[in-house]
Structure formats: C-alpha cells, structure tokens
Design a protein around this ligand. Structure first.
Ligand code: M6R
Length: 604
C-alpha cells in the first residue's frame, strides 16, 4: 500500500508532488507528506490525515524547491500519527526517504543502529533506511554508494525514493512494490502508479525488481543494485489525463460506474466480429491453449468475483476450472502441472496476495496468464502472457468498471480456451456476439433510467442487506454485497440463492432486504428462494427485466434490459453498484476512500 511520488526538473516541485499525492490517495490516506531541496537543505512538511490537509498547511507555510518527494500512507507499522508520516529522515535531516512496502528485517537493523547511537522518532519500518544511509555517509562514501549499500541490506518489499541534502537528484529502487518513471523533456517524475503524473506526461519507464533509478536534471540512469547498467524501454501509456479527474461527478465511484458503457466498448473493441462470429484476442490466436486440461483463476476481492464468473463460464462449457482466493493459495492450492493454466485476475496487477499465488503457480510449473488493467504491472510482467481489460484508470477504491471489463474479457478468454481445448465455443455466438456488442448501449439506457437511489432510500436503516443469485448471478450477488459493505459500512452478505435455506434464512427478518439477481439461468428456483425469504418477512428487490415473473412477487424492482444469461449478471451488477453508491451517499460516507481500505493492497 502507500503511494510515493518524486519530481526532478526546472519547475517548482510542490505543485507536482501535491497533484501526484492527490492522484495516488487511493493507495492510502492515513497521512501525507512532502520533502524538497529548498536551497539550504531538506525542508519537510508531513501530517496525519488527508492530502487536502497537507495542502492547506503548505499554503500557510509555503515550501519551495525543484527536487522533491512525497508520500501518502496506508499504515502498516505504527498508527497514523504525524510522527509516522513519511518522508522519514536521519537525525540531521540530511537524508529523506519515502517508501512503499515492508522492510521485514527492520527490527534487527533498528536494534543495530540504535546500539551505534542512532535515535528513532517513529514506529515505522521505513525509518531504518535514512539511518542506514547516514551510517554509510558517515564512513565517507559518496551518496550513491551509501544508497546502494543501504538498499542492499533491506529484506522484504520496497519502492523507495531518496533525497540527500544538497544534491539535485533522486535515488530510487524497487523490489516487490511498483515504481514507474515519467519523462517529459527535462522534467522527470517517479511514482507508484502512472495516474500520479499522467497530466504531465504519458511517456513512462516501468522499473523491474532489483532496478535502481538515479534521476538527475539531465536524465535518468537505470542500473541494477550493483551499478551495472540495465536497459528499460520508454513506453507510451494510452490513458487520457481527463480520466484521472472527477469531472462533473461528486465521486470517482459514480463517474466510473457511468463510464462502463465506454470501458466495456473498449474491452471488446477489435476483439469480436458479430458478422463473422469471430473472436480475436491479440496475442492469443487459435491453438494458444492446446493441451490445457484445467484452469485455476486466482484473485482477491472484486477481482475474485470476476474470476468466479469466468470459472463458471468455463465449467459450464466443460473445462474443469476453479476460482481460488489468492490469499488462500499458499495453504490449499489444488495441484498444478504443465497442463494447468493459472490465470491471475488483478485490476492493479500489484496485489501482493495475487502475486504470491502467481509466483507459486509458476514455481510449480503451471502456464500462467494475467488479466489486468495495468500494462507493465508486476503481474503482467511476471506471468507468461497478459491480457488487458482496457478499462482506463480506476481511482475509486471500490472497483466498479474494472469488474465488468474483467468479466467480459474472461468470457472472451473462455471462448478462446474452449475452442482450443474442446473445439467449440461456450456461447451460442450467433446471439452472444451481437448481444455483447449491444451491451454498452443497454448499459447506457439502464444508467439513464435507474431507480437505485429510490430503492437505497426505501431500505435505508435496515439491519442487514442480503444479495442472492444462482449460476452467473452468484458472483454478482457476492460482488453486490462486497460493494455494499465496503462503502456503506452496513452489514451485507452475498449467497448462492439455494444456500439461503441451509442456514442464513435464520437471519431473515423484515429488517433484512434481499436483493435477488435473475440472469435467466434457473430463475424459477431463485424466485422460490426469494419467496422463502419473503414469507419470513424480508422485503425482496428483484433485479431483472421488466417482464420477468419476479416483478409480480417482489416488493421492489430494479430493471435490467433483457439479454443473454451470460451478460445479464453484468447489467444487474451495475444496478447493485448504484444501490451501494446511493446508500453510502445518503449516509454521507467518504465513498471514494472508505475507512481502513486502500485500492492497491501490496501487503500479504
Ligand atoms: O488490484 P486487484 O484487482 O488485484 O485488487 C484486488 C482487491 O483488493 C480489490 O478488487 C478490492 O476488493 C476492491 N477494490 C473492492 O472494491
């Protein structure tokens, strides 16, 4: 977790650092801080709370400098206090450091440094880094050597950016946490993620594990930790800077929900041809998956729900497939061999649990593939292949548009796989592909006419919220509940509709609305399950087309346009996203930054 930013150039660094931190705040918002070279040394401002509070404090006590670093924190070691906010320094403030990751051997390093007289002022693991650098500087070595030696002592994961007083340069290194360099003529940026500096440049260099980058006003040098040059490509990111702003919307989440017609159109663009009934996945031609016998999809949170969606499509088509929580993988992974395809599903491509499962699958000899939104992310680079979902930047902590794009891209992948392995598509292409083509338009209609706010208001104050679905409606029910609890802080649970009667029904009361998702697969059974809850007093909200029989039974209705069963759940999911959004809005929750959470979870 945490976001780091750095700037070296002719212009003042503060604006760039604050903008970068605002764009990175989705990675953590417990505290924020910046440090700049101000001509007479390193000047720092940092505090607990949001970037906006730091910004106000800088407006009161301005900082100036052309070289600087900044940090927004999601606490791991120590509570979110001013003292624990980054940047951290040595005792004379000659070295300032921002860090994302976890230094596993910090306790031992700290004890050693304390024995040598170093005094620490925070609870963080990061603070050992400036002290280690100082120790080497005290021995009389150059800044660069001191930096390399200090980094060499660290165990664990890190993306770090370091400034040494008086030198107009930034020293950076990565292992296990993301770090990217942005280049715009003679302005250079360092950040955990591209949106941090996207309004300044779309030319980027992704660092790889073990890389060191030294950023000076005249350019960037890439080496390994030993100082040997490494060659890294300059890539152009095709994200629009407009996409990283809220535009006319009150929240990124709402903006991203409304972007789904576009993001879905992007996900399928050039990949399907309804006229010839063809699917083309770039880099995955016919025969790519010959010999694959089983598929495991590994992911966390919302991405896990998309993975479950994909695995159900594969199973229905006849390919043995399982969706597995990445954080459980190391304890209970089913066996893999070279006929197993392991698909890591991750919006960010940086989720530590997912990366760790991916590495385990690789070590066991499986074929690997990453389905991600972030080109150049760690998961994309470490898997044998990667497939982009093309959703554009998602800033709201609650994943919305990336879920629908993941699900659709996994359906296209399922098509390629089953064609290769079984010689047939999981879909009736004659109806599926035109319906897929119409999905963005159908979504536009749904977004214009939704009753989600009225429904959210009607059931406000309930004791608990249940979401049920069957088949492809099941992952949608799970996702509906995750979204609801994540941003409203109200209790919500998702169930396979048939499971309700095996225990959860005991919780059902008039205070527990049940949102029932109908996809066209065994809907009569789902309706029966919903009625079982209704008989016990629970209000039922049917998420289904207008002419569906469930509307006659249910207490309330969220309409979805009629479509194929393989796509209906995605439309239902958007209605549930909207219900969660409006319920949270009515409660006045900080929707884009729910408490205790961060968008990219880079710790296990
Ligand atoms: O970046 P990833 O897709 O790997 O993130 C996995 C989860 O942390 C993420 O999906 C999380 O559950 C959502 N932000 C919740 O809305």
């Amino acid at each position: 977790m945490c976001g780091i930013i750095g700037h070296v150039g002719d212009s003042d660094a503060i604006d760039t650092l604050i903008t970068g931190l605002e764009n990175l705040e989705y990675r953590g918002y417990d505290s924020a801080g910046v440090a700049v070279q101000n001509g007479s040394g390193i000047a720092i401002q940092k505090r607990s709370g949001r970037v906006s509070e730091l910004k106000e404090s800088i407006e009161d006590r301005p900082l100036k400098g052309r070289v600087g670093i900044g940090h927004t924190r999601w606490s791991t070691h120590g509570p979110p206090t001013d003292e624990n906010a980054h940047p951290h320094t040595n005792s004379t403030t000659d070295v300032a450091v921002v860090h994302n990751g976890i230094i596993e051997n910090y306790a031992e390093l700290k004890a050693r440094l304390e024995r040598k007289g170093h005094e620490f002022t925070s609870d963080t693991d990061t603070e050992v880094i400036p002290h280690l650098i100082q120790q080497y500087l005290d021995e009389g070595v150059e800044n660069e050597t001191a930096f390399r030696r200090a980094i060499d002592e660290l165990e664990g994961s890190y993306a770090v950016a370091v400034m040494v007083s008086g030198e107009h340069a930034l020293y950076a290194a990565r292992r296990g946490s993301p770090l990217v360099v942005g280049v715009e003529d003679d302005e250079f940026f360092l950040a955990s993620d591209v949106p941090a500096f996207l309004e300044y440049t779309d030319e980027v260099v992704y660092l790889e594990d073990g890389d060191v980058a030294i950023v000076r006003p005249d350019g960037v040098e890439f080496t390994d930790l030993g100082g040997n040059p490494v060659s890294r490509d300059l890539e152009t990111v095709n994200w629009d800077p407009e996409q990283t702003g809220k535009g006319e919307y009150d929240h990124f989440m709402l903006k991203e929900i409304f972007e789904q017609p576009t993001s879905l159109a992007q996900a399928i663009e050039g990949r399907t041809d309804p006229e010839t009934e063809a699917v083309h996945l770039e880099g995955f031609g016919p025969g790519t998956f010959d010999g694959v016998e089983t598929v495991q999809l590994i992911a966390c949170g919302t991405s896990y729900h998309a993975a479950l969606y994909g695995s159900l499509v594969l199973n229905q088509a006849g390919i043995p497939s399982r969706a597995l929580l990445a954080n459980e993988y190391s304890v209970c992974a089913p066996p893999v061999d070279e006929e197993t395809l392991v698909v890591a599903v991750s919006q960010s491509g940086e989720t530590a649990d997912t990366l760790s499962a991916l590495r385990e699958a690789t070590a066991e000899g499986a074929q690997t593939l990453t389905v991600t939104n972030v080109m150049g992310s760690t998961a994309a680079r470490e898997a044998d292949d990667s497939l982009l979902i093309r959703a554009g930047p998602e800033i709201g902590v609650a994943a919305t548009k990336t879920f629908s794009s993941q699900a659709v891209v996994l359906e296209l992948l399922a098509h390629r796989l089953t064609c290769d392995v079984l010689g047939t598509s999981p879909f009736d292409l004659e109806s599926f592909l035109p319906e897929l083509d119409r999905l963005p338009g159908r979504l536009e209609g749904l977004l214009e006419s939704t009753d989600a706010r009225a429904i959210a208001r009607r059931y406000q104050g309930s004791q608990s919220y249940f979401f049920i679905g069957r088949g492809l409606g099941y992952p949608v029910a799970l996702e509906g509940a995750l979204k609801f609890k994540e941003i409203t802080y109200e209790h919500a649970e998702g169930f396979a509709s048939g499971e309700l009667k095996h225990g959860p029904l005991a919780l059902v009361t008039p205070e527990t609305p049940v949102f029932a998702v109908f996809t066209g697969q065994e809907d009569e059974k789902t309706l029966k399950n919903a009625e079982e809850a209704q008989t016990r007093g629970a209000p039922v909200v049917a998420v289904c087309p207008d002419d569906h029989r469930a509307t006659e039974v249910a207490d309330a209705h969220l309409e979805i346009p009629p479509t194929n069963p393989e796509l209906a759940g995605l439309l239902a999911n958007v209605q549930l996203q909207l219900v969660s959004y409006h319920a949270a809005d009515l409660l006045g929750r900080p929707i884009d930054k729910p408490r205790n959470l961060a968008k990219s979870v880079t710790v296990e």
